[in-house]
Design a protein around this ligand. Sequence first.
Ligand code: BT5
Length: 319
Amino acid sequence: MREHVLAMLKESDDFVSGQELCGKLSVSRTAIWKAINSLKEAGYVIEAVRNRGYRLVSCPDVLLSDEIQSRLETKWFGRKISYFDVIDSTNSEIKRQAEKEFIPGMLAIAEKQTLGRGRKERHWESPAKTGIWMSFAVKPDLPPYKASMITLVTALAVAKAIKDVTGLNTEIKWPNDIVIGSRKVVGILTEMSAEMTTINYVVIGIGINVNMESFPAELEDKATSLYIAGGTKVRRSSIVAKFGKYFEKYYEIFCKDGNLSGIKDEYEKLLVNRNKEVYIIEGDSRIKRVAIGIDTDGELLVKDDNGNIEKIMAGEVSI
Ligand code: BT5
């Protein structure tokens, strides 16, 4: 009920009468009154004037599922949202939920993570209320070896959403980081449950540094936030909603093609390493190459000094 009332208030710049709300939503005055109060408790400022009705004055920057749901224009992304003030890791939470019942696009989002993680169990700094810490699940009808391409689909969708909402240009550091001027602003963690030939589900976790003003010492020269880069605070739910729209679009192209041919060009435009030297990290060794792009399977194409082209499948690159 709350999200419907919220959506109607958002649609109108002016007052919406109680009668109109009751009529359109087919509920009683009391139900509307309760929904308004609960929105107020959540931090929405709603003006109520006798004989005129209700007007939305301002929205809090909380990641409330209603706030996101009222902005979402997606078919399946985020149609089920679980929202947490604190959670261990949204990736772990979505796995727990998907093991019980998988719903396409099911989303978990938290204000804070206590055990946020990156690849290889690295720590992911997830302080309260300043970032977007979210995970969702999909089940592509594709062989398991193709799942890693979803990381690239996700990176493109996040970069596009950030550009639309904030105007900021970001670049993608293959395969899973988004950077602004070599500092990381987004990390993506893709995990999968699969049998030999079929995918049970893929969990995509995204961490976006949105409104933090500073970072702990160990991340100070590696990380940035949209606020630090752009100078203005950003409404997090707008980014989540835009991301959902872009993700659905690119993911459906990817599933139809079974590879990245339909989004490769757009991805490459944002590739920070393109035509630059990169170091391929393998254990203790660092091998210098020049990155030239990606192939349709999402592998990084690199060139050695003799012009020989190799594909990098996994491993890590640094710039
Ligand atoms: C990643 O790993 O970049 C994937 C991060 C995914 C986080 C999301 S948040 C929602 C969901 N739930 C989870 O538990 N995880 C996902 P990786 O490429 O391994 O990078 C990890 C490294 O990034 C760390 O070792 C730090 O150096 C750095 N780092 C940690 N926290 C950071 C932050 N908030 N911003 C920028 N860099 C950070």
